[in-house]
Design a protein around this ligand. Sequence first.
Ligand code: C2E
Ligand code: CA
Ligand code: CA
Length: 404
Amino acid sequence: LGHHIGDELLKQVADRLSRSVRRGEDTVSRLGGDEFVIMLPPSNHDNWEKAALGAQIVAKKIQEDLSVPFEISGHRLYTSASLGIALFPKDGEDADMILKRADAAMYQAKNQGRGTFCFYERRMEESAKRRLMLETDLRKAIERGEFDLYYQPQIEIKTGSIVAAEALLRWNHPKLGFISPGEFIPIAEETFLIMDIGEWVIKKACMQLAAWIKEGIALRQISINVSANQIYQMDFVEKVESILTDAKIDPRFICFELTETDVIQNFSIAAGQINRLRELGIRFAMDDFGTGYSSLAYLKRLPLDTMKIDCSFIRDMLDDPNDAALVETILSVSSQFGLKTVAEGVEKIEQIGFLRELGCDICQGYYYSPPVDTQAFEKFWKKSMQHPKSMRASAPQQAEKSTY
Ligand code: C2E
Ligand code: CA
Ligand code: CA
C-alpha cells in the first residue's frame, strides 16, 4: 500500500502498544522494521514466576488491543502480533542477552502461528541460530541460482490425463542441502523476500510452460503458489502482465493458488487484486480448503475457478467418517459454486475411487507422482501419453470427454 500507509500503521501500532502498558513505568520502543521492544520493570526480581505472570497478562492485553482493525486512508487493516518474552535475570544478565533471547522466543511464537506468545527456553537457541542463518542465506539464494522449480502433475480422474502441474519451489542450500519450503517460505514471508522470490517463481514457471508448449507437452494449466504479501503489492498486476507478455503466455494457462487465511487477512485489497488479475484471464484456486476459516460468504465474493481439498482430509477420509463427511461437503459446496475440485495428497488407489464416486474432478499426489524436476516431469508426461491406460487405473471403462 506504499510507505505512507506503512508508516501510519506503525505509528498507530506504537500508540496502541504505549496505551497497553503502565505509563511512566514501562518502556515501548521500536527496534526496526515491524519489531517492537517492550520493557516491563518487575516489582520483584527474585520471584521470576510472579514476573512471568505479569508479562503474560501484558502480552495477552497487547494481542487483544492489536486485534482490533486499524482504519487508515480508507483501508481497514488487520494486524497480529507474535511476542517473545525473556525474563531478567533468569534468562540473561544484561540487555543484549535478554534481547537476543526474547528474539529467539518471538521466532518460536511465529512458528506456532499468528498471534501467539512464547517464553524463552534454552532449546530455542539452536532453532533461532538456524533461522538467522537461513534468513541471511535466503537473501542471496536467487542471485546464486540456488532455487529450482519442481512440478507435480494434476490428473483428471475421468480421463486419466494430465491436465495441469503445480509448480513447487525447491531450495538447494550449499551447506544444508534441500530445505523444505515449509521451513523457508515462512521466513521469506516475514522478511518480505517473498516478493522477489515469488516473482522469480512466476517468471520461471511461465518460461517453462512456454518451452513445454513448444515441445508439444500440451499442459492446459500451470498452478503457481502466491503469498498474501505478493498479492498486496500495488504493482503486482503490472508485474504479472509484463512477465506473461515476455514469455508470450496466454494468461488463461496460469492459475494462482492462494490460501484462505492469506485472502481474508485484508479481504478488500486481495479481492480487488484478484479481480484485476481475473480480468486479464488468470485463474484462481483456493489452496488448503477446509483448514482455515472456510467462509462461504468470502467464497461467494471471489472469482475462483478451483477449490483444492487439503491433503489432511484426503489422508484419513477412508478411515475417519468425519473426514469423509468433510470431503463430501467440500465437494458439494464447490459444485454448487460451479468450481472444479482438486484433491491433494492422493496416495492410494482406493482414495481415487472414493473421490470419483463423490464427483471430484482432479487428483494430485504421490500415487501418480511426487513433485519432480523438469526432466522427470517430461518423462512422466511422455509415459502417460504412451500408456494412457496406466493413468486410468481407477477410471471407469468408458472414459468420457474432458470437461476441464
Ligand atoms: P501446498 O501448496 O499445499 O503444496 C502441496 C504440498 O504437498 C507440497 O509440499 C507437496 O510436495 C506435498 N504433497 C504432494 N503430494 C503429496 C502426497 O501424496 N502426500 C503428501 N504427504 N504430501 C504431498 P512442498 O513442496 O513441501 O510445499 C510445501 C508448501 O510450501 C506448499 O504447500 C506451499 O504452501 C509452499 N510453497 C511451495 N512452493 C511455493 C512457492 O513457489 N511460493 C509460495 N508462496 N509458496 C510455496
Ligand atoms: Ca498449492
Ligand atoms: Ca495445498
